[in-house]
Design a protein around this ligand. Sequence first.
Ligand SMILES: [Mg+2]
Length: 371
Amino acid sequence: MKITQIETIPVQVPINQERAVRGGRGAHTVSPFVLLRVHTDTELIGLGEVSCTPIWSGEDQMTAIHCIHTYLGPQLIGNDPTEVERLTARMNRVLAGNVFTKAGIEMALWDLVGKVAGLPLYRIFGGPVRDEVPTKFSVSGLEPAQAARIAAWAVEQGFRTMKVKVGIEPDQDVARVRAVRAAVGPDVRLGVDANGGWSPRVAIQTIRRLGEFGIYFAEQPVAPLDVTWMADVRRQVPVPLMADESLYTLQDAMALIRVGAADILSIYIGKGGGIGAGRKVAALAEAAGLTCTVGSNLELGVASAAMIHLAMASPGIGAEEFPCDILGPFFYESDVLAEPLPIKAGSARPLERPGLGVELDDALVARYRVD
Ligand SMILES: [Mg+2]
C-alpha cells in the first residue's frame, strides 16, 4: 500500500461563546482546524485532524496546509502508510516544530494501520486498560457568578470532576474558585489550571489560598520558561502539580521528571507530534512513578477519537484519578462526524470500528469548510 495524496480541508466549527474557555493565556474562541484525508492506492483512506491554534503552538490553517503540501507530503507520498515510526522520523527531519500539523498526519497513518488490520486502534496499542475514559469539564476564567453558573450547568450535565481556569488575577482567581465550589457542592472534584499565568511567588501564595476550597491539582501554575520554576512551586505547596504548557516532547517530560517539577503530565496528541509520542510520554511517566491525563485544544471528532484510543490503552494515563479533557461536543455547535463519538458528561468511549473508528459527514464538512 502506498500513500498517493494528502487532502487538506480547512474547517471552522462555531464554539458556544458562553462556554468558550478563557484562561491565563487568552481565550479559545475560534478553532482554525484542518481535516486531513490521506489517500492510498487502495480504497482505504486515513483521517486526521490538525487541531491547531495560534496562541497554543503558533500554527493555524495556513501554516498547516502550507507545511503539508510543501514539506511533509513529499516525504510521505509513495511510501507505505503503515510504517508510522519511519514516516514520523522523516517528517521530523524535514521540518522543525509544527507538531500539531505533524500529529494530524500521524493519526491518519495510525487510522490506516487500524483499517488494514481490521482493528480499533486501542486494540492495536495493546487493548483496553479501562472500559471507558473518565472525562472532566473545564470552567472558563470568567467573573465568579458566570463561572459558577457554567459549573452548575456542567454538574447538571453529569460531570463530577472539573477544572477552573485561574492565572488571570490572584484575588479574582480565588473568588472564582470560591464561587464554583459553592455552586457545585463538596462532592465534585475540583482542580485549577493557571495556563502559566502566575509568577512562582504568586503561584505559591495563591495555591495555598485555594487550599480552603479543596482543590486536588493545580495545572501549569507558572510559565513554561524554566522548568525549575515549577519544581520550586511544587516543593512549597501541598497540592499535586500538573505540567501542560511545559510538556511538548519526550525530552520535556524527562526534564520535568529529573527536576521534580510535576506530579501529573498532560499529554495532547498534538504536542509531541502524534499518538506515538503521547504513548512514549505515558510510558516514561509510568517508569518515573508519575501519572498522566489527556489535555485538550477543543478537538473535533477525528482528534477526539485519537485521544480516546490513546487513553483506553495506556496504563500510564491515570484517567480515573485525573480525568481527561475530551469535551468537543460540549463546546461546538456540531461535530463533523457521520456518527458521533460516544462522549458523555464524565466519560468517553471509542467507536468499535477499525482504526480511529470515525467517518466524516460530507455535508457537515462542506458546511464548516472555510477556504
Ligand atoms: Mg491546560
